[in-house]
Ligand binder design. Structure first.
Ligand code: CA
Length: 226
């Protein structure tokens, strides 16, 4: 089904992942270090990358930044660390999703299918306009009052999800489920941190909202400026 590159230094985990994925009809290639992983990525162009954050030669988040410089391949971070900061750093560096070890093979399979689905070519859609804010899902660009706004991949996904539903209150749980593919709750600081940065980049704040309005105890909505 998919060619999966596994970058993981722990031989036991690597073997278990290969077994789980091949039994589900994926083909796998493995690399025990960041540098071998990067070489394999460039040489073999996998459909999806499983990336361990704790690698012997280079931090996984640093490797991810190098991967993102050369490839849009979906990257699923697999991490022993369940601290929010490491995970948020990986998401900001361009990870599509993450799994905290240990995880079930079925969960891994579901995440792989989800990132591959999202990586499939988007339908052609016209840019969304809310007030002076334009969100173009096709080119993944945001323009505010004529000025381009630079967003990280997940910041863009978050803003686009809200812009596709103007005026509708969206809960953090829904955002975790739909933008981060995390339907089971978990690190909901992820949403807050990304909202904080999107607001800053739009020149507003939670205290002084313009487009992004918090609805206490419910969620957040994107509306044209009052
Ligand atoms: Ca490791």
């Amino acid at each position: 089904m998919a060619d999966v590159l596994i970058i993981e230094d722990d031989a036991t985990i690597r073997t278990a992942l290969v077994r789980a994925l091949t039994s589900r009809e994926h083909s796998t290639m493995t690399a025990p270090t960041a540098m071998e992983g990067l070489q394999s990525l460039v040489a073999h162009r996998p459909d999806v990358v499983l990336l361990d954050l704790g690698l012997p030669d280079l931090d996984g988040t640093a490797l991810l930044a190098m991967i993102r410089a050369v490839s849009d391949v979906p990257v699923l971070v697999i991490s022993a660390r369940d601290d929010d900061r490491g995970i948020i750093a990986a998401l900001d560096a361009g990870a599509d999703d993450y799994l905290v070890k240990p995880f079930a093979a079925d969960q891994l399979e579901a995440r792989i299918r989800a990132v591959l689905r999202r990586a499939a070519p988007e339908e052609v859609s016209t840019p969304i306009e809310v007030g002076e804010l334009t969100v173009d899902v096709r080119s993944r660009t945001v323009v505010l009052a004529g000025n381009p706004v630079e967003l990280s991949p997940k910041e863009f996904d978050l803003l686009a999800y809200l812009a596709e539903r103007p005026g509708q209150v969206v809960s953090k749980r829904e955002l975790l489920a739909k933008v981060w593919n995390q339907p089971y709750g978990g690190a909901d600081k992820t949403v807050d941190v990304h909202l904080h940065w999107v607001r800053r980049k739009l020149g507003e704040s939670a205290e002084h909202p313009v487009y992004l309005h918090r609805v206490r105890g419910v969620g957040v909505k994107l509306v044209p400026p009052a």
